[in-house]
Ligand binder design. Structure first.
Ligand SMILES: Nc1nc2c(ncn2[C@@H]2O[C@H](COP(=O)(O)OP(=O)(O)OP(=O)(O)O)[C@@H](O)[C@H]2O)c(=O)[nH]1
Ligand SMILES: [Mg+2]
Length: 359
């Protein structure tokens, strides 16, 4: 899974990127103006993987992974023209919009004050303009060629619909489009078509208080538009991350951070995108795989290898909690908790699966 990090300038995007991916890209109190994207990968913590790893003592343990792409900050009114760097985000699965609410007199807020709903709106328009720019360019090309006008009628009509939608200041995600149309749009990677989540960047004091200017309005806005919100303190958490494991735990407890930022962001993203993990476990490797909710055993097998999908015979399945309670695969088997499932079985969150296949 790929998540793009966007936001106004100096809101803490790169700080968040560092926190999530364990990178140490330099941050400054002024806009970096850096136009090339930072790309990094985060392992999604999962206690179940830790547990399985203890049990199977594999040579390798692989957590689910999320790739994060951090781009330069957007400014009000920069419009389609200066948004070339947004190209790096065309193929992400979701967009995380970082919104500043932290107070920091050393860092200027591009709008001069803390107002999260306003900032969410500004960013939404910038993404809108960016998509509009892409559409206008493409339409111009299609209209200028008589031949493609005939051949690409469907595409032209669809783009015209998207254009009207954007001109009415609505995201493309609000359009009712068929699966086929979605396929046509895919290559464009429209930013307003992507699922959006908000990451609110708090300071320590706001974090303790669990409040900040504009919180109520923001939550109301997000609820109305069905946008998930994550609230965290990127800078504080990043600093804690530089400590030893033991100190880190102590600090997190003291500061009331229940879960590390990557966990919170990953959970929200999984839930929002309708994704779940399943596991494979053995002496060689314990590994988390990510699938869409509702995926059948045979399709899940295809995640691992197309041969396993093609030659699928059965799936040997055990729910994580059943295995944990039994203590071992053998004990679970004798209790009848190890099930044999066919190709249409719908894989559940936390299933541990051994695929039987024939090539
Ligand atoms: N107090 C406080 N300062 C923060 C926090 N997050 C970021 N900052 C500071 O804000 C400044 C900008 O942070 P960056 O992470 O570089 O922001 P950015 O959004 O990547 O900035 P651009 O890429 O230039 O748009 C740095 O000086 C950070 O230390 C926070 O949670 N609290
Ligand atoms: Mg940055």
């Amino acid at each position: 899974m790929k998540i793009g990090i966007v936001g106004l300038t100096t809101v803490g995007k790169t700080t968040l990127f560092n926190l999530l991916t364990g990178s140490s890209i330099a941050t400054q109190t002024f806009s970096s103006g850096k136009k090339d994207a930072n790309i990094g990968t985060a392992a999604v913590p999962d206690e179940r993987i830790d547990y399985l790893s203890e049990m199977f003592k594999p040579k390798k343990t692989t957590y689910a992974q999320i790739q994060f792409i951090d781009v330069a900050g957007l400014e009000r009114g920069s419009g389609a023209s200066s948004n070339k760097f947004l190209e790096a985000l065309r193929q992400v699965d979701a967009v995380a919009h970082v919104v500043r609410v932290f107070q920091n007199p050393q860092v200027m807020h591009p709008e001069g004050s803390i107002n999260p709903v306003r900032d969410v709106d500004i960013l939404a328009s910038e993404l809108l303009f960016s998509d509009l720019g892409v559409i206008e360019k493409r339409l111009e090309k299609l209209y200028s060629s008589k031949k493609s006008q005939k051949e690409k009628r469907e595409e032209i009509e669809l783009l015209e619909r998207c254009k009207v939608c954007l001109e009415e200041e609505r995201p493309i995600s609000s359009l009712n489009i068929s699966n086929e149309e979605r396929e046509i749009l895919r290559s464009y990677g429209f930013l307003t078509e992507k699922p959006l989540m908000l990451v609110i960047n708090l300071d320590e004091e706001q974090f303790y208080r669990k409040d900040y200017p504009g919180r109520k309005e923001l939550h109301k806005y997000a609820a109305k538009n069905g946008i998930p919100i994550v609230e965290l303190c990127a800078l504080m958490e990043m600093e804690i991350n530089e400590l030893t494991e033991e100190d880190r735990r102590a600090f997190m407890k003291e500061l009331g951070i229940k879960e590390p930022g990557i966990s919170v962001v990953a959970k929200k993203a999984y839930e929002y995108l309708g994704l779940i993990p399943f596991f494979t476990a053995g002496e060689d490797e314990v590994k988390a795989w990510t699938i869409k909710k509702g995926t059948t055993a045979k399709d899940a097998a295809g995640k691992i290898h197309s041969d396993i999908q093609r030659g699928f015979i059965r799936a040997e399945v055990i729910a994580f909690n059943d295995l944990k309670e039994s203590g071992s695969i053998a004990a679970a088997r004798s209790k009848g908790l190890l099930r044999l499932e066919g190709k249409d079985y719908v894989v559940q969150d936390g299933d541990i699966i051994n695929f039987r296949f024939n090539v």
